[in-house]
Design a protein around this ligand. Structure first.
Ligand code: G16
Length: 543
């Protein structure tokens, strides 16, 4: 086995987005593309000689090939140990846990999250740091800088490692340790939640469907829900991870998890429906006839988390990404704890979690998590909801109704316009930005605008400033609109419009969100001219 040094040239566009580098799979498979980016990571993080790294992904097409390349390159760069999930699999939160538990220097996580896989689907790669969380902005900037000056990369000329067998092999002086991806994660969950209480609920006839969408969470959900907690066999559906996600789109939203949403709205609904995404960090929770929005889920978990054994001490604080609804703010106020508003991207929660300023955080994009790892965690959220139901002896619908009665309901929806012409999307945002100073005091579709800004965040721990994070429009009557461009898409631009309105009156809490928000939706169109600028008259996805 020898180390090869291969001459290469910078490739354009290897700038990490909201969560690492995401591109079409066939782009990632272009000779040298992956290698350039991996070498840039190794150099951008200050070198990996003598270090331990965790490596794994969500099992999508090219996961297996990419991991072999990464292992050979890491060995060539002198890594001491590479901890790899069996068959190259790790859910993102499980990888975060292993990084923390094993005291690793960091990890490489291969996933394009909820985006479809396959040669013409999406692929992604990100670096997580020693705290288990996605690299911060300073590190991703350093990685990007290296992609622009790279001239060569190093790789071991070695046979592939058998990743199906647990145990240890060597590439040169680097140990490759293949581990069961589920064990450590399941152990962690057992320290956080009352497994006996949840088991008893299942024994008493509680029914559930968990849709793993043929993605990373399947083995975890089977092991924890069915084997440890005693949920009926077959509770976890689509449990086997497949490189093409069974031809599906592993996003637990109302479009791609429609079957689950339909089941939960119908006469044969189990007590609880849940799903997670490609890499297992997102979640959706649905009660019988009661969809819980991710923003509400965060607020409801914040209000009841103390019922789970890992959280009996209460919450030190909470955080939400800026576009997430203010439902959790109202809970924080009542609990007398701080609530932080961060830019979109889990990496921005890292410092708050590391310093103990927050215990819980979440995002409108189906992400909820706590200080147990440094990623959002789909199965954790599902277990939290199971624990809360078992402890309160109430259904999700009852918990939701009671929560709204106590705190008011924040109607919320997000409208996505996908694969929009990048110039048109950029023009729409630039137009809004140019009008920020003149908007307050004017009206849009009859609603008076009280405030308008472009969100900027000064990290309270390290003082770093992040600007240009989305246009916020606040209305005098309390509604809010946010416009931003997605940082995870791989085709054109995705415009996200986030729409919310607070409703204190319980008599109105049963309204359909799209109906309740119709006036604010009209204001969004009046302000941004989405139809005229993009040619789109309706969103592609409504969550
Ligand atoms: C990533 C980030 C999340 C973010 C989401 C959507 O999640 O970790 O913080 O909310 O992307 O980002 P955007 O609105 O820029 O597309 P995931 O699940 O895709 O890794």
């Amino acid at each position: 086995m020898t180390i090869k040094t291969v001459a290469t040239r910078p490739v354009d566009g290897q700038k990490p987005g909201t969560s690492g580098l995401r591109k079409k799979t066939d782009v990632f498979m272009t000779p040298g593309y992956l290698e350039n980016y991996v070498q840039a990571i190794f150099e951008g993080v200050g070198g990996i000689a003598g270090k331990t790294l965790v490596v794994g992904g969500d099992g999508r097409f090219f996961n297996d090939r990419a991991i072999q390349t990464i292992l050979k390159m890491a060995a060539a760069s002198g890594a001491a140990r590479l901890i790899v999930g069996q068959n190259g699999l790790f859910s993102t939160p499980a990888a975060s846990n292993v990084i923390r538990k094993r005291g690793a220097f960091g990890g490489l996580i291969l996933s394009a999250s909820h985006n479809p896989g396959g040669l013409h689907g999406d692929f992604g790669l990100k670096f997580n740091m020693a705290n288990g969380g996605p690299a911060n902005e300073a590190v991703t900037a350093e990685i990007f800088a290296r992609t622009k000056s790279i001239a060569e990369y190093a790789i071991f000329d070695a046979p592939d490692v058998d990743l199906s067998a647990l145990g240890e092999t060597m590439i040169g002086d680097s140990a490759i340790e293949v581990v069961d991806p589920v064990t450590d994660y399941a152990e962690l969950m057992e320290t956080l939640f009352d497994f006996d209480l949840i088991s008893a609920m299942f024994r008493d006839g509680f029914t559930m469907r968990f849709d793993a969408m043929h993605a990373a969470t399947g083995p975890y959900a089977k092991a924890i829900l069915e084997e440890r907690l005693g949920a009926a066999p077959g509770t976890v559906v689509n449990a086997v991870p497949l490189p093409d996600f069974g031809g599906g789109h592993p996003d637990p939203n109302p479009i791609y998890a429609k079957e689950l949403y339909d089941l939960m709205a119908g006469p044969d609904a189990p007590d609880m429906g849940a799903a997670s995404d490609g890499d297992g960090d997102r979640n959706i929770v649905i009660g019988r006839g009661a969809v819980v929005t991710p923003s509400d889920s965060l607020a409801m978990i914040a209000a009841s988390a103390h019922l789970a054994k890992g959280y009996t001490r209460g919450l030190s604080g909470v955080a939400r990404s800026m576009p997430t609804s203010a439902a959790v703010d109202r809970v924080a106020e009542k609990l007398g704890i701080a609530c932080y508003e961060t830019p979109t991207g889990w990496k921005f929660f890292g410092n708050l979690l590391d310093t103990g300023m927050i215990t819980l955080c979440g995002e409108e994009s189906a992400g909820t998590g706590s200080d147990h790892v440094r990623e959002k965690d789909g199965l954790w959220a599902v277990l939290m909801w199971l624990n809360i139901q078992a402890a309160r002896k109430e259904t999700i619908a009852e918990i939701q109704t009671a929560h709204w009665a106590e705190f008011g309901r924040t109607f919320y929806t997000r409208h996505d316009y996908e694969a929009v012409d990048s110039e048109a999307a950029g023009g729409l945002m630039a137009h809004l930005r140019s009008r920020l100073s003149v908007l307050p005091g004017t009206t849009a579709a009859g609603l008076e605008i009280a405030s308008a800004d472009d969100f900027a965040y000064a990290d309270p721990v390290d003082g770093s400033l992040t600007t240009g994070q989305g246009i916020r429009i606040g209305f005098a009557s309390g509604e809010r609109l946010v416009f931003r461009l997605s940082g995870t898409g791989t085709e054109g631009a995705t415009i996200r419009v986030y729409i919310e309105k607070f409703e204190p009156d319980p008599a109105r809490h049963g309204e359909d969100a799209q109906v309740a928000l119709a006036g604010v939706i009209a204001a969004a169109e009046a302000l941004a001219g989405i139809a005229s600028r993009t040619g789109r008259t309706a969103p592609d996805v409504v969550t």
